[in-house]
Write a protein that binds this ligand. Structure first.
Ligand code: 4NP
Length: 162
């Protein structure tokens, strides 16, 4: 008898959806595919703001990611929508402001996990700093934090799926 298992759906959220959350989206999507779990873990990202809807990731984020072999070129920004609380099991915020904004948008029916992405990492740092007004080293730091937490998130989801 075949069992139809619903996939786990993960949404990464930042402010603009052009720097931090697409970086997490691209990196985690690749990790999921490399683990052969692409049918079981669905990945997306969104921003709480609307300024960059439809845009590709910031060139600096894309270049930094590509230097570590992560391709973000297929991603386009979108804004968080109420239905996300019905569709996704994990809404993972990059910083506390993103988390507070999501808490304000949440629906009573939501029974998933809403929290900080870096809670899945081992670092004492719990927020991914906004690199938008920063330099190359800030985008590198985003990658360091995202790679580490993505690995923790994958372990967590493997346990949940097994
Ligand atoms: P993100 O970075 O939230 O990591 O995508 C930002 C991108 C754009 C702006 C702020 C942060 N903005 O003010 O336009």
């Amino acid at each position: 008898m075949s069992v139809n298992v619903m996939p786990v759906k993960v949404l990464f959220v930042c402010l603009g959806n052009i720097c931090r959350s697409p970086t997490a989206h691209g990196i985690f999507e690749t990790m999921v595919a490399e683990a052969g779990l692409q049918e079981r873990i669905i990945v997306d990202s969104a921003g709480t703001g609307d300024w960059h809807i439809g845009k590709a990731p910031d060139e600096r984020a894309s270049a930094a990611a590509l230097s570590r072999n992560h391709d973000l070129s297929h991603l386009r920004a979108r804004q968080v929508r109420p239905e996300d609380f019905l569709e996704f099991d994990y809404l993972l915020a990059m910083d506390n402001q993103n988390l507070w904004d999501l808490q304000a948008l949440s629906l009573p029916e939501f029974n998933g996990h809403l929290g900080l992405f870096l809670d899945f990492g081992r670092s004492d740092i719990k927020e991914v700093p906004d690199p938008y007004a920063g330099g190359k080293e800030d985008f590198e730091f985003v990658l360091d934090l995202v790679e580490e937490a993505a690995s923790g998130l994958l372990s967590h989801l493997r346990d949940r799926l097994s």
